[in-house]
Structure formats: C-alpha cells, structure tokens
Design a protein around this ligand. Structure first.
Ligand code: AMP
Ligand code: MG
Length: 428
C-alpha cells in the first residue's frame, strides 16, 4: 500500500482555510445552460452572463410619494395656494399628463410620471384640497420626491455580473429587465462516498452494532445548498479493494467528498488508498474540534481520475476532501473547508467566512490547543441576542446539531469563556 505523507500535515485552522481558498481560486465550472428564471434560482445556480439595463431606470421621472406635483419655486411663500389642473395616476398615458405652468399643481400618485414643468412632489400630508385648488403648508426643494429618468441605471449599464449566485434581488433585476431566461453555469457533480463496515443504508434495518448512514444525506443536502449536484456512491466497507473501486468511481465527479476512515485506526484506509492514486495531500489534519482528522488533496487525472473534456481546473486534477465520519465533524468540516471549493466549481466567487459576535449566555470551559466550532443557539429578542451551546454530547450528536443554528468559535488559547463575554459566532 502506498504511503501517506510523513510527517503528517497538520495545519492551523487559518492555514488550512487559506490553502483551500488558494486552490479554489483555480477551479472553474464546466459549461453553461439556459434556464427559466425561477428554475435557476431554486437550484441556486450562478449567473454566467452579464444582465444589462434594457432601458433607463426609472424610464420616466417617477413620483415617489402620493401628493401634488409642483414647481418648487411656487412655494417660496407659505402657505401657498395652487390651481389643480390634473390628476395623474400610475400608468397614465401622455395625453393625461399636462405641462405644469407657474401657479399650477397636479394631484399625483406614487409611481406615476411627474408632469413636464414640475420639479418636485409635495406629500399629501402637507396639503389641504379646496375645490379646484390646493393649499400647501410645507416647502420643497427642486428634485424632492421625484426619481429622475436613469437615476438608478442608464440603458446598457451592467446590473448583474457573471459569478453572482441567483437570489431574490438578482431575480428582481432580471425580471425588471425582461429576462425570463438566463444563462447560468452547469451545476458541478459532487461525489459523496461514506465509508465504514458498521454503516448501513437508511432503508436497511440496522443490526445491533450497526449505524445508519446519515453522512451521505447530510452531505448531499449541504452540497445542494451550496449549488452542487450530489452523486451518492454506495457505502464503502473498510476493505481496500472495494474502497479502491468506489474511489475510482467517485473520481468521475468534479469533486469527491469522502466521509469516515481518515482517523488513526487500523481500518482507516482512506488516505493510503488515495495515496495509491498518486494523491497530493495538502493537509491531513487541522487543529480544530470537531473535525481534526480532515484531509484535503487532489489526484492527477492520469492516475485514475478520468481526463476531462473541459478541465474542472487548469491543472487537470480532481480535488477531494476526506471528512471525519463523526456526523457533526462531517458537517462542520464540509462548511469550513469543502464549501469554498464547491462554490468555485459552481462559478461563483467563494464566500469568505464571516464571523459575527454574540454575547455568551453561560460560561464555557474547554481545553486549549484546538480552535473549536461548537454547535450553538443564537436567540433573543430584537437587538438583544445571546448565544449558548446547543448542549451537545460530542461529535456524534446530530440531534444537538439539528437544534443549533450557529457555532460558537473558541480560539485555541482559551480555557474558559465567561458568561456575558462577546464571542465570535459562525452562522449556519
Ligand atoms: P470514522 O471517521 O470512520 O472513524 O468514524 C467516526 C464515527 O462516525 C464512528 O462512530 C462511525 O460509526 C461514525 N460514522 C462514520 N460514518 C458515518 C455515516 N456515514 N453515518 C453516520 N455515522 C457515521
Ligand atoms: Mg470508519
């Protein structure tokens, strides 16, 4: 059996994350497709073309309030009384929009076209309608409450750029520009391979000493949420020949996620088998908890990964992550390390990890040496949020993880964090 790197490559969290981000920057999606607006959004796909303004935004001078269109200069003396010469509704045609002369006003609704000659809209709250006249008690400056033609965007201007993951504001822009179909990147296919002799699939009644496969499913859900298409492989036993076969199958994907079999046990065979495929390992452990044994590397196409029509990466490799099998570790290490690589394969610029700060509800005691990402619950009322541990019983506790909505991050040098302290929080 081929050797795994010696001495093992154990990095700090920050070093490991930077390394993944560095490699992710060279990964690209494989092709494009045209999709219907909502189809692309529900699939979390990434825009592969720019979206341009097809007209000026707004296309006409738009009233932003209900009230009276006026000439601001007519309101130099207050109260002022003006002749009301028209009522302009949103969508009114030009023949119903007269030119405003000095001393005149027009009733106007939000979203309607301000008439030529008017340079402001007075809010209805500051007016009293008296027959065919209106008395105005508050002045306005020229430009108030009217959005000028093209003030939001000029015709031809780029409103959305390739690499943007479609979300509801992006859909609003596409809809506003009349784009019912959009060019997006094809979703990357992400191989998911759970390992372990004790693991059985969910439709098989587990024996006393067996565990149902939850990792393939949580990973599949994470892959989908990140914009990839999961390809679930059969469960690999802790036995070299079948594991080898399934890894070879998994290397047909754009990225391979393995779960389990990366610890120090006698039957943790994932790394030695990957090494047989001439894997280049970038790290074989990270100083974090949960998830310390996490592995990251790549395999050259010549060594078992099939050659690509359009290479997923310039270097023509298939990247893999060996995620520890404890279900919480699997989930956390996916989010911390696999996600940026997957995001790059979807065509988007990988998101940076952003930590918020939350006030800790009750004291946490821990040990130094590892950066901890502890499942936690951020809750509270309006601005008064507090965070506390989800009360987990270790890396296998999926129920605690399901209750959690974030992770409290504890730096490796802290043994105790007091109640009331601000702690970094990573949202889930
Ligand atoms: P390993 O990383 O293979 O040493 O596994 C660590 C722990 O996670 C063991 O208790 C396994 O039984 C459990 N485990 C491994 N793979 C899975 C899986 N696919 N679903 C649920 N639990 C798993
Ligand atoms: Mg195992």
């Amino acid at each position: 059996m081929a050797a795994i790197p010696e001495p093992s490559l154990i990095l700090s969290f920050e070093e490991a994350r930077h390394l993944v981000e560095h490699h992710a920057a060279a990964l690209h999606p494989r092709g494009k497709e045209l999709v219907d607006l909502l189809e692309g959004t529900s699939a979390g796909q990434v825009l592969a073309e720019p979206v341009l303004a097809d007209r000026h935004f707004p296309p006409f001078p738009r009233a932003m309030r209900d009230g009276y269109a006026v000439r601001a200069a007519d309101l130099s003396q207050l109260p002022a009384t003006l002749d009301v010469i028209a009522e302009i509704k949103a969508g009114a045609s030009n023949k119903d929009i007269p030119v405003l002369q000095p001393g005149q006003a027009a009733t106007i609704m939000t979203g309607a076209t301000a008439p030529p000659g008017a340079d402001a809209v007075v809010m209805v709250e500051h007016t009293t309608h008296q027959g065919k006249r209106v008395q105005i008690t508050k002045g306005v400056a020229a430009g108030d409450n009217i959005a000028p033609v093209g003030s939001e965007a000029k015709r031809g201007e780029r409103l959305l750029s390739p690499g943007l993951r479609l979300d509801y504001p992006a859909i609003a822009v596409a809809a506003a520009t009349g784009r019912s179909r959009l060019l997006v990147y094809r979703k990357p296919q992400i191989g998911v391979l759970a390992t372990g002799d004790e693991i059985v699939d969910i439709d098989v009644p587990p024996g006393t000493n067996q565990i149902r496969n939850s990792n393939s499913y949580s990973l599949a859900a994470q892959v989908q949420a990140a914009g990839g298409e999961p390809i679930l492989l059969p469960i690999a036993p802790d036995e070299p020949s079948r594991l080898r076969e399934l890894i070879a199958d998994g290397l047909e994907a754009d990225l391979l996620l393995l779960a389990g079999g990366v610890s120090m046990g006698k039957y943790d065979l994932v790394e030695p088998i990957l090494a047989e495929f001439q894997a280049e390992f970038f790290f074989t452990g990270v100083l974090i908890q949960p998830g310390k044994p996490v592995v990251f590397g790549r395999i050259p196409c010549s060594a078992g990964a099939p050659a690509r029509e359009q290479p997923a990466s310039a270097s023509d490799h298939v990247y893999f992550f060996g995620l520890p099998g404890n279900p919480v570790s699997t989930m956390v290490t996916f989010e911390l390390f696999a996600r940026p690589a997957l995001e790059a394969l979807t065509g988007m610029t990988p998101r940076k990890l952003v930590f918020l700060n939350g006030r800790l509800k009750s004291e946490i005691k821990t040990k130094t040496g590892l950066k901890r990402f502890l499942p936690a619950i951020l809750a509270g009322e309006f601005e008064h949020a507090e965070v506390e541990l989800a009360g987990w019983h270790g890396s296998g506790d999926v129920a605690a993880m399901a209750r959690a909505n974030c992770y409290i991050v504890i730096p490796p040098d802290r043994e105790r964090v007091a109640a009331g302290e601000w702690v970094p929080v990573l949202m889930r």
